[in-house]
Design a protein around this ligand. Sequence first.
Ligand code: BDP
Length: 680
Amino acid sequence: MHLKIRLTRRKLEIWALSLTSLVFAFYILNLTLALIILNKDVQTSRGMLYPRESETREVRTLDGIWNFVRSDESNPTQGIRDGWFKDDLSKSRPTIPMPVPASYNDITTEQALRDHVGTVWYDRKFFVPRSWAHEQRVWLRFGSVHYEAFVWMNGQLVVKHEMGHLPFETEVTHLLQYGAENRITVMCDNALIQTTVPQGKISEMANDGGVTIIQSYTFDFFNYAGIHRSVHLYTTPKTFIEQVDIKTNLTNNNSVGHVDYSIIVNGSATNEADNTLYARLLLYSREGDLVSNVRSDSKLLGSLQVENVNPWWPYLMHSDPGYLYKLEIKLYAANEQLLDVYRLNVGLRTLSWNNTTFLINGKPIYFRGFGRHEDADVRGKGLDNALMTRDFNLLKWIGANAYRTSHYPYSEESMQFADRHGIMIIDECPSVDTENFNQVLLGKHKSSLEQLVHRDRNHPSVVMWSIANEPRTGQLNADTYFQFVANYTRSLDGTRPITAAIAVPSTDDKAGRYLDIISFNRYNAWYSNTGRLDMVTKRVIEEATAWNKKYDKPVLMAEYGADTLEGLHLQPAFVWSEEFQTAVFSQHFKAFDALRRKKWFIGEFVWNFADFKTAQSYTRVGGNKKGVFTRARQPKAAAHLLRQRYFALGREVDQCSLPDDLFTYIADVGNSVKHDSSDL
Ligand code: BDP
């Protein structure tokens, strides 16, 4: 009997053991499956040339005041189910006026709209000229809608697009009524989840009225949403220049320039004599002289050569920065019939890099710049030409030669400004605080980079791609994930180096080996050792050196700074005061100068250019106040110090001349005291 019991118990134990092993094996299998990320192909972009008028093209903007409806948060798909797009929005719900382009959040006085989670609707009416009906095609193009957009033309769904800050377009030729009124309807969804770029979380929480939906995210800027950039209709001929890819190079000691081009045409020439198309490319100097001229082969690729070229140089690296040629592309049918004309600005420059140096036109670059945001009072992230122009004037006033488009692609108009003003751009995709790496996220992350490279590859100002900001590169899957993301980006464009702004300690990081240049973010005396101005310089030197030692690549500091309440003065320096921001900068400058001597340290970027709005938090007083400029774009005290440094660096590194008002006259006390620019 006893033996029987013992045997049964033994059997049970064995079963229990095998059951545990089974459960354990199942768990391990699941974990392994979750860790396996495959490098799948992503859909690639087409077209999307910036809309420009020419002999063969017309452009019309749909910017202005649109009608707007906020959906119920608890019923975000109601508008789709009830067909709000089938007729004027005002027939389904009361509408309010909403400017386009602009974020919708801060336009009204309603908290419900500012903090809305889910879908909103826009519509407007417009006429299309009768003349557009003939022998041409019409395209609808959005500069950006954040985060996801559904668009209907006269009640028909024409395009869906997921990803803020990037353009999308579609053909609407057959959906328009020519010489008559048309209606465009847009549904925009701002919800961010674990598989969007950037990531966020949606949850439900009890509130005083029952339950409410909460959008949370870890990134430090307000999740502004809406139709952020211009909406255009433009025409093209039936057969037209759909894509242009430009690569430039300089030879013979920068005296000869080369423009390699490749053109993709949409439409066939079956109606146009025969199918063999060719292009003529004419390159004009800024002064309007024709400097090069070629006829392409039938593959529509080739090269232009420019003697005595004026290279594109960054601001303060040359006395004539931002030199742009105008490239005129004329598409012809074999019978010499002109089909299409498109013009774009081209800057001729060459980039190269190795494990210590990053060079433009053979000259080492030392970046003096900023992390920035597209952010302003009232309009949020909406394109604003006045603000953009002011910002570039401030960048030049302060002597910066670069900025990073932290933490998403900026407007195409600002990229064109950067080309013209010679401001170098580290062009960042919308991946911020990336974590919980998974297959869907990888696909979207790669797609965001594909769309970014496609949009910006022809800009001379873009000198580097940033594939993420502060990704959690210490996590288990980060290695494979970033290997895929970096290699994919390199396959899209091998002419520019790749970076990511990393904040994990160098000892934990698994992504740096896939990058060309290491960027790191660190807030000494702010998030670590708050207020300790004596704990900055050595730590910055040590951290930069550790990154360089680990990867043997050039290093730059992509973020440092301190929140500063404009007008708060405290002596001796105390956190949040203007004195403290000035002192934090100065302690960093000492580190940067020590690092510059080591050669592989290639740049310094202050966080941030201007104050900006964030989600509500007890660490933020009306937003992030690390701006060197206020949100209204006026300088804080530290701006004057930074200006002196950036110009001093420009003078030392690039032999630039100094502005007359760099130093304020103090007293005539002899050579030992710095009292004007000549003392530098
Ligand atoms: C960095 C982030 C940036 C934040 C900044 C800050 O990259 O987006 O705004 O910190 O906290 O970690 O000011």
